[in-house]
Design a protein around this ligand. Structure first.
Ligand code: MOS
Length: 738
């Protein structure tokens, strides 16, 4: 078991390393017994049900909506359309019935509110909608020539690319593609909204309660403090729940119009379009190297679709700017506007897709150079951040390559493709590098040491399934040297101290230090109380000499002494809790280094020579993510990321019909994600080397790095198995047949 400790504690080289691991998920019992309530499950009196009506054309305008029949249907309270919807103030890039423009098929164009969901759906089907259609842009490949730079950002250059290319002995020049994908957390998006005068209470399935609070306050022109958002549990987010989409605003609008609380839950099909996508990409990569494997040029030009609503870029080439050293580099991003829903963050946006192209290209280069793929990566190892020349706060990617290669048995790999056969199965091995940035946002927390000996932690973050409850109980327990099972954690409520959202793998590194600091300050207050209490054995002692362990105060300087229980001290002093709030500050010297996480992923595949079906038999990965805060939840996040990688490599793609612009596989039968039968051995290890420059607990985020590199490792293994290089994902059997 791995405990967590601060740098100071590590320096003290304690004989007894504090074990403050919570060995089960904090929320496990609530979840398996069904007591954990998700947004749509809160009982709200007199609640009505809203159903979103979606456009059936990909481009044009809504000319009329005849709601006569629907209004008379049983149970119907209200029908809201662009022709009668209340005007909202400030909006993000969402379509909430403020005008009649249709940007994509599936866009919300009306909302029906009724007594029950079946009645709302049935009335929705009775609306008679007429459109004026306009020609739609739906053919990404056919429109590549219309690609344009995005409104913001996109290019980076280093060195003299032409001179570097002229020196090269080996080059790779290829185009790779990744498909459009849609997020499919088990819990669909859901909102319950209830007005009380100009106060709004909301249950929302979200990755950021504060963002929802702000979005609603702006849209309805009310003070932020008037909006109360609760989200104790989120059933998976992966980026789609990091944005305030139309349904959340429409639920609040419907509650206002219908003058009663409203529940709005998206059905599975509605997850494909109105709540973001991972845009498909076409990525051109040019690599040039000298015969010794040194990279002279890396060029990565990525094009993705964007909506006509607002530009959103899948920033595939951004990771290429820092992953490997090279004499010269050039990266760019372009977008092709299409009549589809908006793109958004989806697990490791940019890195997941960008690493597909770059890491397959490196595999191709390694083969041309006749250099082992790991060796090629070591030759071009970035000792410092190639963008800025700044040092890394901590980087141990070399050790990750070595450890994963050893566990995988890479030395026994046959570099010659198509050599290994077991019956009708072609066996192959491949590898890739994983990487993801490390970020933090300022976060505040409250910690209360209760008179009954338990400790309360409150923080306005949310647990999207990653283990936030669990590691926050640990962080408080670490500061107070107590059993984490005596810590009660409350999250997902905007009345709690504010913290950053649960996205970008930033949560753990943001919230744990805040809770640790608040608990440390509460401990200090406890010590101050003891020294000023005439009846305490520590009366008159030095505050700095007092510490706590297992619910007792003790003097650090005394070899042995009489500890006093915290409950006794509090009981003698009025029986009130001791509480403290703290805000975790970002490292003051953070501009002087770059913090990034790394990993090495290895895959073994078996490709059926007859059916061309691929089975990922084994994935072995080692990550350098700083401190592993909790083995159970941490390794679970990383292996979940690898499963996403399997999905990206073999299964997952939203198929758009080019005439109507609809997602033809908008359900779990046709939108393939891996099931248990697709997932075999996954061996995850972490180096667990703390990055104390990044934060006091040494931990960088781990939610997203697991998907990066994984799809490329699998694609490279498929090449090694079959000798067929597939550069377009997912690698379905048809792509291996030709
Ligand atoms: Mo992540 S794509 O920030 O949920």
């Amino acid at each position: 078991m791995i405990g967590i400790q601060t740098e100071q504690q590590q320096d003290q080289q304690q004989e007894q390393r504090p074990e403050r691991q919570l060995n089960h998920r904090y929320d496990a019992f609530a979840k398996v017994t069904g007591r954990a309530k998700y947004a749509a499950e809160f009982p709200v009196k007199n609640v009505a049900y809203a159903y979103i009506v979606q456009a059936t054309i990909p481009a044009g305008v809504v000319v009329s909506i005849d709601d006569a029949a629907a209004s008379r249907a049983s149970g119907v309270h209200s029908i809201i359309t662009p022709f009668n919807a209340p005007k909202l103030a400030e909006l993000g890039n969402v379509n909430v019935l403020q005008d009649t423009t249709v940007f994509y098929s599936g866009q919300p164009i009306a909302v029906v509110v009724a007594r029950s969901l079946p009645e709302a759906r049935s009335a929705a089907a009775m609306l008679h909608i007429t459109y004026k259609e306009q020609p739609a842009k739906l053919d990404f490949d056919g429109l590549l020539s219309e690609a344009r730079p995005p409104k913001r950002g996109g290019t980076f250059h280093r060195g003299d690319t032409a001179a570097a290319l002229a020196k090269a002995t080996v080059t790779i020049d290829q185009t790779y593609s990744t498909p459009l994908q849609n997020h499919n957390p088990m819990e669909p998006h859901a909102t319950i909204a209830a007005w009380d005068g100009d106060k709004l209470n909301v249950y929302d399935a979200t990755q950021g309660i504060t963002g929802v609070q702000q979005g609603l306050a702006r849209a309805f022109s009310i003070p932020q403090a008037n909006v109360h958002v609760e989200c104790p549990y989120t059933g998976g987010g992966f980026g789609c729940k990091g944005y305030v989409w139309s349904h959340t605003l429409l639920a609040a609008m419907a509650a206002k119009v219908a003058q009663r609380p409203v529940k709005l839950v998206l059905d599975r099909g509605q997850m494909f379009g109105p709540v973001g996508s991972r845009p498909n990409t076409s990525q051109h990569i040019k690599l040039a190297a000298s015969s010794d494997g040194k990279l002279l040029l890396q060029q990565h030009d990525s094009t993705c679709y964007t909506s006509f609503i607002s530009d959103w870029v899948e920033s595939c080439a951004a990771q290429t700017n820092l992953l490997y050293d090279s004499e010269s580099l050039s990266t760019s991003h372009l977008v092709v506007p299409l009549n589809l829903g908006m793109g958004t963050w989806m697990r490791a946006p940019g890195e997941a897709t960008g690493s597909v192209a770059l890491e397959i290209a490196l595999d191709e280069l390694a083969e041309k150079l006749n250099i082992d793929p790991i060796q090629l990566r070591l030759i071009n190892y970035a000792e410092k951040d190639p963008r800025s020349g700044k040092p890394w706060s901590s980087k141990h990617l070399r050790e990750a390559y070595a450890q994963a290669a050893d566990r995988f048995g890479w030395s026994k790999r046959n570099a010659q493709p198509g050599q290994l056969r077991e019956g009708n199965k072609l066996i192959g091995h491949g590898m890739a590098t994983a990487n993801y940035g490390a970020g933090r946002s300022p976060s505040s927390a409250i910690v209360r040491i209760q008179p009954n000996g338990r400790v309360f932690v409150g923080i306005g973050t949310q647990d999207i399934g990653t283990g936030t409850y669990t590691i926050l109980a640990q962080a408080a327990a670490l500061a107070l040297a107590m059993d984490p099972s005596l810590v009660d954690v409350k999250l997902g409520d905007t009345t709690l101290p504010r913290s950053g959202g649960s996205g970008g793998s930033t949560t753990a590194a943001s919230v744990c230090p805040a809770v640790y600091d608040a608990a440390t300050q509460a401990k200090l207050k406890l010590a101050q109380l003891a020294v000023s209490d005439a009846k305490s054995p520590f009366h008159g002692a030095n505050v700095a000499d007092i510490d706590t362990k297992d619910g007792k105060l003790f003097l650090k300087s005394a070899a042995a002494g009489d500890p006093e229980s915290i409950t006794d001290l509090l009981a003698r002093n009025g029986g009130a809790a001791i509480e403290a709030t703290a805000t975790s500050e970002l490292a003051k010297d953070r501009e002087s280094f770059t913090s990034h996480s790394w990993g090495a992923v290895f895959a073994e595949v078996a490709v059926d020579a007859d059916t061309h079906m691929t089975q990922v038999r084994r994935v072995v990965a080692t990550y350098d993510i700083g401190t592993l805060l909790n083995e159970k939840t941490g390794l679970n996040q990383l292996s979940g990321g690898v499963v996403w990688g399997i999905s990206m490599a073999l299964h997952e793609a939203s198929i758009i019909d080019k005439k109507y612009g609809r997602t033809v596989n908008e359900n779990f039968a046709d939108y393939h994600v891996p099931v248990n039968a697709d997932v075999h051995e996954i061996d995850i290890t972490c180096l667990n080397i703390p990055d104390y420059k990044f934060n006091p607990l040494g931990a960088r985020g781990i939610g997203e790095i697991g998907i990066t590199g994984a799809a490329a490792a699998i694609a490279n293994a498929i090449y090694n198995a079959t000798g067929k290089r597939v550069r377009d994902l997912p690698i379905t059997p048809d792509r291996l047949m030709a």
